[in-house]
Design a binder for this molecule. Structure first.
Ligand code: AMP
Length: 121
């Protein structure tokens, strides 16, 4: 179960988005605040709130997000140079929209580790 978010409104065309890919299970659209030359969000059409809500019954839909990422990488010419896919979870992960989404970032070399603060464990 999941509350409706802005991403459901994008799926239902109630608000606009720059859609780059759609099929029966997934939608991909450009992030409004891009962090790379190519930054899209790949989302399942089923509203799954967080990674904590992934289970055996929706695992195929989540796996499909990676199939879409691989397709987009080939189509847009990023497959060989590489790219990053990230899914944030809850507050410490930096999640702000509670409908899971795979960030796909491409078009520049990215640093690792991704955090800016010194890691204190
Ligand atoms: P996260 O912080 O991982 O939950 O990522 C949410 C992402 O959604 C952020 O990168 C936002 O810039 C992006 N975002 C929020 N609203 C929209 C929108 N209406 N269209 C496209 N991207 C959006």
């Amino acid at each position: 179960m999941s509350a409706e978010t802005i991403f459901t409104k994008i799926i239902n065309r109630e608000i606009p988005a720059d859609i780059v890919y759609e099929d029966d299970q997934a939608l991909a659209f450009r992030d409004i605040n891009p962090q790379a030359p190519f930054h899209v969000l790949i989302i399942p059409k089923t509203a799954i709130a967080t990674i904590n809500d992934i289970n055996d019954s929706n695992a195929a839909e989540v796996g499909h997000l990676y199939v879409v990422a691989a397709k987009l990488a080939k189509e847009h010419g990023f497959a060989d140079d590489g790219y990053r896919v990230v899914m944030n979870c809850n507050n410490h992960g930096g999640q702000t929209v509670y409908h899971i989404h795979l960030h796909m970032l491409a078009g520049k070399a990215m640093g690792w580790p991704p955090y800016q603060d010194t890691l204190k464990v």
